[in-house]
Design a protein around this ligand. Structure first.
Ligand SMILES: Cc1ncc(COP(=O)(O)O)c(C=O)c1O
Length: 370
């Protein structure tokens, strides 16, 4: 029996051994990081070491890092805590942004999945109220990387703050929070080899943010509640490993190239989303014309291969992706797209097996539909 193949790193990545060791060591010890005695001080040290590691991965100062329960909480804290009257969010944001700001004005993207700077400029000029602009650094479904430097420049010129959801970008491309000039940035541990249920919001020095939880004064009063010491320690260890692993991540582009060449050779009608613009090296999103995403997921799962469709990673339900629709995909195209996301354990043979399995399904169901 050949081994199961995991090609769903953007949903969650395998726990790195360094993270597992750090979590186990923290769990084996008693200590509340707020206690002044030696037990507490040891827990505090784990938290502060992790803060340094996370800051180093993102090009931030340790003081900028506020630990949260994950990317979702970081996004909510940014949008609600920044206290801006007006929120502008791109059409391709994750649900944790869209649902946190249901009344937000939307910034359109082009067919390539890149936020339209002219659309953002028009929105900023139309209304002079204090705004916060939320645009993700890299999209979870297509991997498309946004021109965040230009977005920050434009937004700041109009007095607006910028929040960047970097949950998918962190650990896959180098990030320099300070150089980018964003005011806020969300990170999540489990996308880069840390545990699920821990993340961080980076807050630029001097920016006032209002805590969304009432309770103790942890995390500089921005996130009440006893710190998840083991989770945070795992996040820190994963962040250090991910930082070292950045060159290896860039090399995944060769495997992705092979994957996309293989698919295009089998199915000339396949659309690859965001292929013409800068993307994360590990992500590919493409259609099997005429074959529903669910059908593909089930058939691939039966072949021992795990991939994902649309925004399914959060709900377990497959619905046509709002990201692909925003890129101008028809309902039929969006409903026949899957996302393949590679990672540090992905091997060339696994890509060959994926192409084979996808090709077998296409020959069975897709050729007729095409
Ligand atoms: C772009 C993006 N933002 C935010 C999140 C939410 O992060 P978490 O799972 O840590 O709540 C995800 C996870 O799917 C994501 O892909």
């Amino acid at each position: 029996m050949s081994r199961d193949i995991y090609l769903d790193y953007n949903a969650t990545a395998p726990l790195r051994p360094e993270a597992l060791a750090a979590i186990a060591a923290a769990l084996a010890e008693t200590g509340n990081a707020s206690s002044v005695h030696r037990f507490g001080r040891r827990a505090r040290k784990r938290v502060e070491d992790a803060r340094e590691a996370v800051a180093a991965l993102a090009g931030a100062t340790p003081a900028a890092v506020v630990f949260t329960s994950g990317g979702t909480e970081a996004n909510n804290l940014a949008l609600r805590g920044a206290g801006r009257e007006r929120l502008l969010v791109s059409d391709i944001e994750h649900d944790s942004i869209l649902a946190a700001a249901p009344a937000a004005e939307r910034i359109a993207v082009g067919p390539d999945g890149v936020v339209r700077l002219d659309a953002l400029a028009a929105l900023l000029q139309r209304d002079r109220r204090a705004a916060l602009v939320a645009v993700m650094l890299a999209n979870n479904e297509t991997g498309v990387v946004q021109p965040l430097g230009q977005i920050v420049e434009l937004a700041h010129a109009h007095g607006a703050l910028v929040h960047a959801d970097a949950v998918q970008a962190a650990g896959k491309i180098g990030i320099d929070f300070a150089a980018l000039g964003a005011d806020l940035m969300a990170l999540s541990a489990h996308k880069l080899g840390g545990p699920q249920g821990v993340g961080a919001l980076l807050v630029r020095e001097g920016l006032a943010v209002v805590s969304q939880l009432r309770g103790g004064g942890q995390e500089r009063g921005l996130r009440a509640g006893t710190e998840n010491v083991a989770g945070i320690a795992g996040f820190g260890a994963a962040a250090s490993a991910a930082r070292k692993g950045l060159p290896a991540y860039a090399r995944l582009a060769a495997l992705r190239r092979r994957l996309e060449q293989g698919i295009a050779a089998l199915s000339p009608g396949t659309r690859f989303f965001g292929r013409e613009v800068p993307r994360l090296a590990n992500t590919s999103c493409f259609t099997m014309p005429g074959v529903a995403s669910e059908t593909q997921l089930i058939a691939l799962d039966l072949a021992g291969i795990a991939v994902s469709a649309g925004s399914a990673c959060s709900s377990g339900k497959v619905r046509p992706s709002h990201v692909l629709r925003a890129m101008g995909a028809s309902e039929a195209e969006a409903s026949s797209a899957i996302r393949v996301s590679l990672g540090w354990l992905t091997r060339a043979e696994e890509i060959e097996r994926f192409i084979e399995a996808w090709g077998a399904l296409y020959n069975r169901l897709g050729v007729e539909a095409a």
